[in-house]
Design a binder for this molecule. Sequence first.
Ligand code: SF4
Ligand code: FES
Length: 321
Amino acid sequence: MINVTIDDINIQVPQGTTILQAARMIGDNVPPAMCYYSKLEGSGGKCRTCLVKVTKGSEKDPRPMPKLVASCRTAVMDGMEVRNETSPEVIEARKGVTEFLLINHPLDCPVCDQAGECKLQDLSYEHGLSKSRYDFKRREFERKDIGDKIQLHMNRCILCYRCTQVAEQLTPERVHGVLNRGEVSEISTFIEKAIDNNFSGNMIDVCPVGALTDKTFRFKSRVWFTKPVHAHRDCPDCTGKVTLWYQGDEVLRVTARKDKWNEVEDFICNKCRFEHKTTSDWIIDGPASIDTHSVISQNHLPYELPVVQKQLNFENKNENV
Ligand code: SF4
Ligand code: FES
């Protein structure tokens, strides 16, 4: 085990741990991560939102690192000292990165299905300017259907590469990727080929913004009007552990369960996601825990769960018989 200190908090971590992972272990003052995803191999290093300042390289070589470093890609060294939220330089850089990410990203949160769950929305709330300084024309693309259940709205894409990593790592053959380079880069299914495999829906869950959306949920409701409930079913293709998003008694969408870092716990198959949208398809586990700072928790605490309650009452009755 090696010692690392982040914002004056010391922790011991295994060799090979990155600064971001160490910060997550501490649990406080964690750098934001728009492209790193612990469940996807090779993720990180694209968005630069996780920049931190290394004020002491290690016990052996205490020199500070000359530039800010991407915490998701920098392994800790024994005795390393890092500044995250306590460094004005880091906060200034994060503001700059946010401004860059928002150069082409439309501010269409009022009509975007991702609003309320969007990491870029959180980032711009914390670090964004109230006004864009960008005077040039923004990138604009036509919306594309990739497969019959997923829509790509490239205007909102921040090129984090997570969806291509899902396609590469979860599905047998990759049919989409990033075309071109620099300002003209875009996510594309080569020659508009539909993504036709049973795990493609996970791209929706890993997309940090509203670029990839679930067509079966589009414009049905704002996420904060729905109630997330954990449920499971016996699925031959995945773990079958999901979150059902209810409005009244209706399941508006099904997603994978996410952890406190907003990462999927277990990737789920498209059958669970798109084809099982009635309560009777599922065994209800109980309310999903939602961060109290999240807009999703608004008006939901204490939780009222009419649907679950009905099912639980029914089960209790059966037990009493
Ligand atoms: S579509 Fe979403 S997941 Fe894919 S690269 Fe763009 S922002 Fe990332
Ligand atoms: S999260 Fe580290 S560069 Fe994107």
